[in-house]
Structure formats: C-alpha cells, structure tokens
Design a protein around this ligand. Structure first.
Ligand code: SF4
Length: 579
C-alpha cells in the first residue's frame, strides 16, 4: 500500500486506534470499568502494568508502520476512544498516577508519544487527533484542551488533527443535517495556542470549502475521510480545477458507517465502487451500442453514466423540466440539500461524457425508431402509493408527499402525515422548519462554541416550528425503525424538538365533516388538520413500458420502476451501476 501511494506521489500516515471501551467484545479495557452507553460490554480497568504494556504496543505499532514505509502515524486520541477515555473525567475515575488531576489523566498519551519518539526517525510524522469538543457530560474543559495541545507540541507532535464529539454524544456531528464546516471554529481556537499546524475536520466536503478555511487562516490543513470514499479522485480533480466533476459526499452515512454497524463492509451511497475496487470495475463495453435511457431520476442518471463511461452512445429522455427525480424532491428537505450536489455531479459527468439529455420529453416508440437506438433502459421511477380510507367524505385535502413538498407554503397551520418511514420523517421536517445555519445548528443542539462549559455543552435553544404536525403510523415501533442507526436518532430528536406528535398503532382512519377520526392503541382521537399528507411508500411507474415489450425492443427496467422493495438511493445507485 505504501509503495503504491509513494509511486503516485503521495504521502501516507497510518492511524493507530485503540477502541478501549468502544471495543465490541467482552475483553474490552479502559481507564475505569464504566460501560459505554453504545456498547453492550463493560470494560475492565487496566492495571498499571497493563498500561505499560499498552504503551509498548503503541510503540511497536509505530515502529512497524515506519518499517512498512508509512511516512507517519496519527494517534487517535479523540471521539471517545481509549486515550480519550484516560483524558476525560467522564471515564477516568482512577486514583493512581493515571487518574485524578489533569496532569495524571494526560500522562498516558504523553508517555506514548515520548516512547514512540525514541524509536522512530526524526522525519517520521507524528499526528495526534485531539478532541477539542467532547459534547458529553464530564468531558474536557477549554483550559484542559489547550494545556494538552501545548503538552503534545512539547512532546514532539508535528500536527494536531481536531476531533469532534464522542461517538456516544447525542448531538449529530457528521451527518448531512450538520451544516458544512460547523466545527472549523475548534481548529481556529486550537491554532491560537500552538505553533504546530492544526487540521480542521467534520463536514468539509468540497475543495472550495477547504480552500476557504485554509486561505482565511482558520486552519493549516483539512482532514477528510468520507469525501474520498465518495470520490477517490477528489484531490486530483481539485488540483486540475475540475471540482464540478467531483462526486460529493452527501453525509448520509448510509453505505459507510451504517453498513459497518450492520456487519457489512463500508462502501459509499454515491459511489458503489468504494471498497469493491478489485471486484467491480468499469471496463469498456465489448459491443458499443446506441442506448436510450428513459427517466432522469437517480436510476436513469446512474445507468446513463455507467453506459457512457463504458463507451456507449447514450441519450436520456425525461418528462420533467429538470434532472434528479426523487433526489431533487429529497434535496428540498432541510438538511438534505447535499443531494443537489449529486444531481450536479450527474449533470456535469453526463455532459463530460457527451450524453445528450432531452428534458420535457415523453419517450415513445417513434423516438426509439427515429433515434436508431439499439437498446432501451426504462427507469421511470415511482409514483406515491394511495391510501384505502375506512371512510372519506372528501372534506379535508389529502395530498401525496410529492404534492406536499411542492405546496408546502400553502398547507395551513396544522398538518397530519400518514406513514412511518424516511419519507414521513422528511416531510414532517420540511413542514416544520427551514434549513439551519451553522449558528442555529449549534444553538439548537446546545453546542457551546465558546467552549466555556466542560464538554462544550450548554442549554439547547428551543426550535419554533412553522406549524403543528402530527405523524400517524400503524406500527407501534419507533418512528423510522428501518432507517440507518447512525442518523435516525438525531432525526427523531429533531422532530420531537419541533413538537411533532406521533400516534402509534393508528387504525380506522376516517375523514368526516372536516375532521380526521382514528384510534391509536385503543384511544379514539379527533383532529382538525388543514391537510393530510400520505407518505405510505411508492409503486413502480412502468405503465407505458408494455408498448416497447410488445415491439420486441431489448429492454432493461431499473430502479423503482423495477422494484420498490426497500427502495432508497443507496439501493438504486448500486443496482443501476451493477446491472
Ligand atoms: Fe458520504 Fe454517504 Fe458515501 Fe458515506 S455513504 S461516504 S456519508 S456519501
């Protein structure tokens, strides 16, 4: 690996990460025997002798990294991992020389650095990922963070990378709901107190933002992880002034972190090739063809791009006036605007590969024959499902989620949403709030950007919803129980803060005389909403396809038009890439 990176002109550092009490096994260890709220196992407190052995393990790891050709190491000391567990009073209740005073709590990482310095060469880079913002009770104070940063510099660390939030923190720090660059202030703060370079992190996903941070002197470098899963050529494209061609990480966590937490290999929603580079490759098509793609939603756009990249002549036909389909709808939800980047990526890439796009055009047999196409990709997507009311006298407006997104402003003061999944939650978000600024995000989640309180926590500022929204779901499970583990909790918290009420076990829904009547787990309710929005899933939109089947045209049906089971952007992009 190191040879490959060096041959390509890069430098590479290896991260040394000891998970401590986040280790998901019954032998996990920590400073003290305190179970993490996100682990089922309680750690064992290390003895002083075991701490000495652990220091040696770090040293061996660093030495081997240098022998293996790495240019440096990054020691993971943030995010609530092992070394962080020694630093913070939250997890360090020791009474020996590794606990109690701050000098004692920071002893272990400093001893590790000193011992590593003894065995590696002078030019070997030592990076330390230091937590500036803990976002948990009993985290570090500002004075401790600064004292520790200075001690790390004195110990010989070359660069400080800023870490944000423990993994167990109940504040989102990396998801798409977090405004870009929300934690640059942490690097800026640290920079005032040390003379070594400081790197900014979290939700920095474009070269333009990185440039803005560095040129404004807020940080000396930026760190990115997920953006390089989304586009391994990120750096090269930035260097060549082709940032319009970058596949931008949207911060969804769906195919990287969520897959890890469900025991799968990390990949990427917008780039299904990530982590499958050896088994999934884009090879030139053996027989290059002229292909029409019908539908410019995510399935059609992905298929068109893959076909064009493989050397086929491709034209896309879309009934609507713009590209994106469901993705464009999703991008209108506050906190999901990053999907506009995905649409921009497809649009620019298709242009780059010479794909012709016909907007406002329905595709008919005549188009196929006139265009001399040889094959057809049918990716017309989905239409919202309807609802079978027990009774409905038509006295209340009922809209599907597409109509509700388009008519948001005119829906009145009280709206009821039917559904339990991601669309229902997104629509409830859209109906109650607008996109947050960085400042609003920090104050709504109680982040103390002055770092005056330990752990950077302060009272949350209340959110004021536009209107009253209630969600009715048939199930008794938690809202969005099939959504990704790493983000759904923050979405639920946000809706709660916005006063969105949830009626579980809702049955017997009737609209009569301008009222909505239903039973929720044995209790009868009557609501008088101004509108009702159906978010009950989708069915395939493929009615017109039969004409082409009957004409014997070679045809491939993809995306939601093919199958709506478990439909989401991750599934669609992957399937439309792999078919
Ligand atoms: Fe980014 Fe989502 Fe890809 Fe993860 S899966 S790297 S968050 S776009």
């Amino acid at each position: 690996i190191t040879n490959a990176v060096h041959e390509a002109g890069g430098k590479i550092a290896m991260q040394i990460l000891h998970a401590g009490r986040y280790g998901v096994h019954d032998k996990c260890v920590s400073a003290s025997a305190i179970q993490a709220p996100i682990n089922i196992y309680t750690p064992r407190a290390l003895s002083v002798e075991e701490i000495q052995n652990t220091i040696q393990d770090f040293v061996n790891c660093a030495r081997r990294a240098e022998e293996a050709g790495y240019d440096g190491i990054e020691i993971m000391g943030s995010e609530g991992y092992f070394l962080h567990q020694f630093i913070a009073p939250r997890t360090n209740k020791r009474e020996d020389e590794y606990g109690g005073t701050f000098e004692n709590r920071m002893r272990l990482p400093l001893e590790i650095i000193a011992a590593i310095r003894e065995v590696v060469s002078e030019k070997f880079m030592l990076i330390y990922r230091i937590s500036v913002v803990d976002l948990v009770e009993e985290g570090s104070s500002k004075e401790e963070v600064i004292q520790f940063a200075k001690a790390l510099e004195t110990a010989g660390v070359h660069l400080l990378n800023t870490g944000i939030g423990w993994h167990e923190a109940r504040i989102p720090t990396i998801s798409m709901r977090v405004p870009r660059g929300s934690f640059v202030w942490a690097a800026e703060l640290l920079k005032q107190h040390v003379s070594i370079p400081v790197s900014a992190t979290n939700r920095i996903n474009t070269p333009e933002l990185a440039e803005e941070i560095i040129s404004a002197g807020k940080a000396d470098a930026v760190s990115m992880a997920r953006p390089l899963l989304a586009d391994p050529h990120f750096v090269l494209k930035a260097k060549n002034n082709q940032s319009n061609l970058i596949n931008t990480c949207v911060g969804c966590n769906q195919a990287c972190l969520d897959q890890i937490f469900s025991g799968e290999i990390a990949s990427c929603l917008v780039n299904p090739f990530a982590a499958r580079e050896l088994t999934m490759q884009l090879l030139p098509s053996t027989y290059k063809k002229k292909i029409a793609v019908v539908g410019a939603g995510v399935a059609g756009l992905t298929a068109a791009l893959v076909l064009a990249q493989r050397g086929n002549e491709v034209e896309v036909f879309e009934q609507q006036e713009s590209l994106g389909g469901q993705l464009r709808l999703a991008a209108q939800v506050p906190g999901k605007e990053e999907f506009f980047e995905t649409i921009r990526y497809y649009s620019e890439q298709l242009k780059h590969f010479g794909v012709k796009i016909h907007l406002n055009t329905s595709f008919e047999l005549k188009n196929f024959q006139d265009g001399n196409f040889e094959e057809l990709v049918w990716a017309t997507g989905v239409v919202p499902s309807e609802y079978a009311w027990e009774e409905n006298d038509g006295s209340l407006p009922v809209l599907n989620y597409v109509e509700a997104i388009q008519k948001n402003a005119s829906l009145g003061n009280e709206v009821v949403v039917l559904g339990a999944g991601g669309i229902a939650m997104d629509v409830a978000s859209l109906l109650t709030q607008t996109t947050e600024t960085k400042e609003e995000y920090s104050s709504h989640w109680g982040i103390d950007v002055q770092l005056e309180h330990r752990g950077a926590l302060q009272e949350k500022q209340e959110r004021t919803p536009f209107r009253k929204v209630s969600i009715l779901q048939r199930s008794n499970k938690k809202l969005g129980n099939k959504l990704g583990k790493t983000t759904v909790w923050s979405h639920r918290t946000e809706l709660q803060q916005l006063g969105v009420g949830v009626y579980n076990g809702s049955t017997g829904l009737k609209i009569l005389g301008g009222e909505l009547l239903f039973n929720s787990n044995g209790i009868d309710y009557v609501l008088q909403p101004n509108a009702i929005v159906l978010c009950l899933g989708q069915r395939s939109a493929q009615t017109d396809v039969l004409t082409f089947v009957e004409a014997g045209i070679p045809l491939h049906v993809l995306g939601g038009a093919h199958d709506t089971n478990g439909l989401d952007a991750r599934k669609v992009i992957r399937e439309a890439t792999e078919w």
